[in-house]
Write a protein that binds this ligand. Structure first.
Ligand code: GLP
Length: 248
């Protein structure tokens, strides 16, 4: 497998010819953790970006017998107002793409339906701590530089909370929901501070459409206006991208 490395502000950036090869590199990291540790907490992401990664994990489970029995997953975020069985909920997404096909110990997701957002978010934070923290966090990047649903303006020390979605984010989601009216107005998301507490972070991005925002996030100033730029401060972050996404 061919990849080229770029070192930048403490970030390891690996450029692969294809997203499948980049996803296999991420799967290698997860496999190594599963083979080494009795308990592995993965922070997981949704969207189109991680699809080849989840396919690769499922393939390793089916074809190579890789066991996920000591893995627990914690998703980054969930749309407000969607019951878990809604086809566009991140709960449904995770079931379809991953959990229905592997033997994970437990999956944790923020709720789409709740009585009290603050309580639901606090319980999620407590659960992460109780389980020993996140060993490995997967991220995609939104068109406006968001990670999870931490929209521009999210502070570096933000915790899991309710957030109103940006117009841009909602427009990007029309391809899944069909019309803008159907896209939820808000979500619950892990905070930037929550994400930065993960021991290791892997961000993936594919295609020319992500090149501009990636360049801002990785080379530009560290600012809440581009939430992914906070990754420059973490110290154990790997960026996996394809060649098109590297042309920013
Ligand atoms: C949503 C998710 C993010 C994801 C982003 C990009 O906003 N909450 O976690 O990174 O979409 O989506 P895609 O991977 O489809 O480009």
């Amino acid at each position: 497998m061919q990849s080229s490395k770029i070192e930048r502000s403490g970030l390891q950036i690996d450029v692969f010819p294809t997203r499948e090869e980049a996803s296999a590199a991420a799967a290698d990291e997860v496999e190594a953790l599963l083979r080494k540790k009795d308990s592995v907490n993965l922070g997981l992401a949704t969207g189109s970006t991680p699809l080849p990664f989840y396919r690769e994990l499922v393939r390793r489970h089916r074809e190579e017998g890789l066991s996920f029995a000591q893995m627990e997953g914690f998703n980054l975020d969930e749309y407000e107002g969607l019951p878990s069985e809604h086809p566009e909920s991140y709960d449904s997404f995770m079931q379809q793409q991953l959990y229905a096909h592997i033997d994970a110990r437990e999956s944790h997701l923020l709720p789409g339906i709740y009585q009290n957002a603050e309580e639901a978010c606090r319980a999620y934070e407590e659960k992460i701590v109780e389980k020993g923290g996140l060993d490995w966090q997967l991220l995609g990047i939104g068109g406006n530089g968001h990670i999870g649903f931490n929209e521009p303006g999210s502070p570096v020390d933000s915790r899991t909370r309710r957030i109103e979605l940006d117009e841009r984010t909602r427009r990007d989601a029309v391809k899944q929901f069909g019309t803008l009216e159907k896209v939820p107005l808000a979500a619950l998301t892990m905070g930037i501070g929550t994400i930065l507490e993960a021991k290791r972070i892997v961000l993936m991005a594919w295609g020319a459409g992500k090149a501009g925002i990636l360049q801002k996030a990785l080379q530009g100033p560290v600012t809440a206006e581009v939430p992914a730029s906070f990754l420059q401060t973490h110290g154990n972050v790997r960026i996996l991208i394809d060649e098109e996404a590297s042309q920013g």
